[in-house]
Design a protein around this ligand. Structure first.
Ligand code: 3MF
Ligand code: MG
Ligand code: MG
Length: 397
């Protein structure tokens, strides 16, 4: 970090609502074709390291920290109390909890499987996570239904499966209302996270747009308690413009939580750290979010690459990701107050003036002809701000 010109201080980093997942820091580099390259790290180490870096919030899947067989038992209570101790020792808060409904064999046919006992178990798991969220002081619960789909068509009846999936969410919301009422806490914000494929070949709720229509389908008892956790790369994976997908979520009033990372369009979920692939697109995304007053978490849901060591995860991966995010966020502020962009936007909105005949398409086009060149000028200005050229950086031959 020194060689790269320094870094933001932990105090500065803590001013942003940046959240660090347990699973991201403890990812060992394994995949279908890949053996792990790093050794395991537990939550105590992750929380301590996040605190040193200045990541003020931590989040987790239930089974990132509690073995499946201990869920709901004494082992869970003991671990939850160790987590609380660790968070308070290091001045961190738990922002979000989520239920792992994709890894264990019990989810082979998804949490909305045909077998009623699987669905009952799923509802219990979601309720248990909600209770754990309240014990840890979380504000959000996230749901990634990665196994809600199929490999081969015809085996699953989609409308029935979606009804069953909604029953699980309804159980979680009912439990939330009961527990929050007892504790005098606000209910959690329940956020759905879409991904178009992987691990299943076909997913029943593949995009954030599909999630919004599911929320409004009439299947949920409490649609007002359920919003979105879009993930930047998950939208790129189906070929979306992430900024446009986020804009639709904002219009629906459902942009509550945001997984930040990077990667490539129409490819797999490589979870590269924010801004390493598409910094200009990221700048654009953050301009939109700033302008609309987004104040939810920015969740570092990415995977340190297999080439990074255990030391590197905390010395390079997390601090550099946080610092790129902060820089891009502050740059987005510069974009919003940039005089060139403001003037161009104002000119575009003022329009080209009255056409000689307001019902003549050619005349209306003609008065706007010169004005529309500003679209390309705005794009140039965005790049200038991204690379610092607006401050006078030029090269001479
Ligand atoms: C998978 C993901 C998940 C979700 C998480 C939600 C393992 O592609 O993005 O991370 O973000 O399950 O809480
Ligand atoms: Mg991902
Ligand atoms: Mg995610």
């Amino acid at each position: 970090m020194q060689a790269c010109g320094g870094a933001y201080s932990p105090e500065t980093r803590r001013k942003y609502y940046i959240t660090g997942p347990q699973w991201a820091a403890s990812y060992e580099g394994q995949a279908l074709f890949h053996a792990p390259t790093r050794h395991p790290v537990g939550f105590e180490e992750v929380i301590r390291r996040y605190a040193e870096i200045g990541i003020g919030y931590w989040c987790t899947h239930d089974t990132d920290v509690i073995p499946t067989e201990e869920l709901g038992k004494d082992g869970q209570a003991e671990i939850v109390s160790r987590i609380r101790k660790s968070l308070s020792e290091h001045g961190l808060s738990c922002s979000m909890v989520t239920t792992e409904t994709f890894h264990h064999a019990v989810w082979a046919a998804s949490p909305a499987a045909e077998a009623p006992e699987v669905r009952q178990y799923a509802a219990w798991r979601l309720e248990n996570t909600v209770r754990m969220g309240h014990e840890l002081g979380a504000q959000f619960a996230v749901y990634w239904p990665g196994s809600l789909g199929y490999y081969t068509q015809g085996a699953v009846e989609e409308t029935e499966t979606l009804r069953w999936y909604a029953e699980g969410l309804n159980a979680a919301c009912r439990e939330d209302i009961a527990v929050a009422g007892k504790l005098g806490r606000p209910t959690l914000k329940h956020c759905l996270e879409a991904k178009p494929f992987e691990p299943q070949a076909e997913i029943l709720l593949p995009t954030s747009d599909a999630m919004v229509s599911f929320i409004n389908s009439g299947l949920l008892e409490h649609p007002e308690m359920v919003g979105l956790n879009p993930e930047y790369l998950h939208e790129l994976m189906w070929g979306a413009a992430p900024r446009a997908a986020l804009a639709r979520a904002i219009l629906a009033g459902k942009l509550w939580h945001f997984d930040i990372n990077d990667g490539y369009r129409l490819k797999h979920d490589v979870d590269i750290a924010v801004g390493l692939v598409n910094p200009l697109d990221w700048l654009n995304v953050l301009v939109l979010l700033r302008n609309h007053g987004y104040n939810g978490p920015f969740n570092l849901d990415y995977k340190p690459p297999r080439t990074t060591s255990n030391h590197g995860v905390f010395a390079v991966s997390f601090p550099t990701a946080v610092d790129r995010f902060i820089t891009l966020w502050e740059m987005a502020g510069e974009v919003s107050s940039d005089p060139v962009i403001s003037e161009a936007n104002a000119a575009l909105r003022a329009g080209g003036g009255a056409a000689s005949d307001p019902h003549d398409a050619a005349a209306v086009a003609a008065v706007n002809r010169e004005l529309l060149t500003l679209h390309e000028l705005i794009a140039h200005r965005m790049v200038q701000i991204l690379i610092g050229q607006h401050r006078g950086r030029t090269f001479s031959m």
